[in-house]
Ligand binder design. Structure first.
Ligand SMILES: [Fe+2]
Length: 254
């Protein structure tokens, strides 16, 4: 194929692509959904499928999904997940957080069943997604509104009573910022709300290793009671949900 034929074919391709894109632009609650949002959803679903089939490593998935979450316009995403309706229905507990299940609109071009679970976490000032780690799952969290003190730790080792962790992220983050976890990196997460209301949008992938005894599990830990054991490592006790909520669910000054 010479350059001219190639260019002709190429521009023809672009035209039909653009036409298709216009065609699938659809109304959602009377508002136009941009084609780019549909692309974004498909890309997200495909990278999560690649994680499931191990075509993407957990660490690479974390990097790519964080990039993708931080790429979409928040305004478009809030519209896409009908955030206003979700937030209206939330009842905020005094300790800890509430969650709302997100459903994507049924529009042409959107996967009917995404391979990932999607949730919005909501909380009031001083409340927290308490410090905890997981097994056999990965998740990514995008701040939708408000600001948080965000902490992550690598999980180095654990038994039923304790965990050895290493601080990996400590930052103040606001809407538009994302972090993620996996068995391999930044496993323990802890989000404390700094604004009157604060929300995250979470993408969750369960049961990445079907040979593991459970689809996933959660361990709440007590980093403030951690013992420094050298090389930047902390040995921390595990807590029951009740103990953890009491200590970490709400700041003492709220
Ligand atoms: Fe979690």
């Amino acid at each position: 194929m010479n350059r001219r034929t190639f260019n002709q074919k190429f521009s023809k391709g672009l035209v039909s692509f653009a036409f298709f894109e216009t065609f699938i632009t659809q109304d959602l609650f009377g508002q136009k959904i941009k084609p780019i949002t549909l692309h974004w959803v498909k890309e997200l679903d495909s990278m999560c499928r690649d994680l499931k089939t191990k075509q993407l490593s957990q660490v690479l998935w974390q990097q790519k999904v964080e990039e993708l979450l931080q790429k979409i316009s928040l305004e478009d995403l809030l519209k896409w997940i009908d955030f206003e309706r979700l937030a209206r229905q939330m009842k905020y507990p005094d300790l800890g957080v509430t969650t709302g299940r997100v459903r994507f609109p049924r529009l042409a071009g959107v996967p009917a069943h995404t391979v990932f679970t999607k949730k919005v976490f909501g909380m009031t000032k001083g409340r927290a997604i308490i410090p905890h780690g997981h097994n056999n799952m990965s998740s990514a969290h995008l701040i939708l509104k408000g600001s948080f003190e965000v902490k992550h730790y690598d999980k180095v080792q654990e038994n039923t009573r304790e965990m050895i962790i290493k601080p990996s992220i400590h930052q103040i983050s606001k809407a538009g910022a994302a972090t993620s976890i996996s068995d391999e990196k930044d496993n323990v997460h802890w989000y404390k709300a700094l604004s009157d209301k604060a929300y995250t949008f979470d993408i969750i992938m369960f049961n990445l290793n079907p040979a593991y005894s459970k689809p996933y599990d959660v361990s709440n830990i007590d980093p403030l009671a951690g013992k420094n054991i050298g090389k930047g490592l902390l040995q921390v006790p595990k807590l029951t949900v009740q103990q953890a909520l009491k200590k970490y669910g709400k700041d003492a000054h709220h």
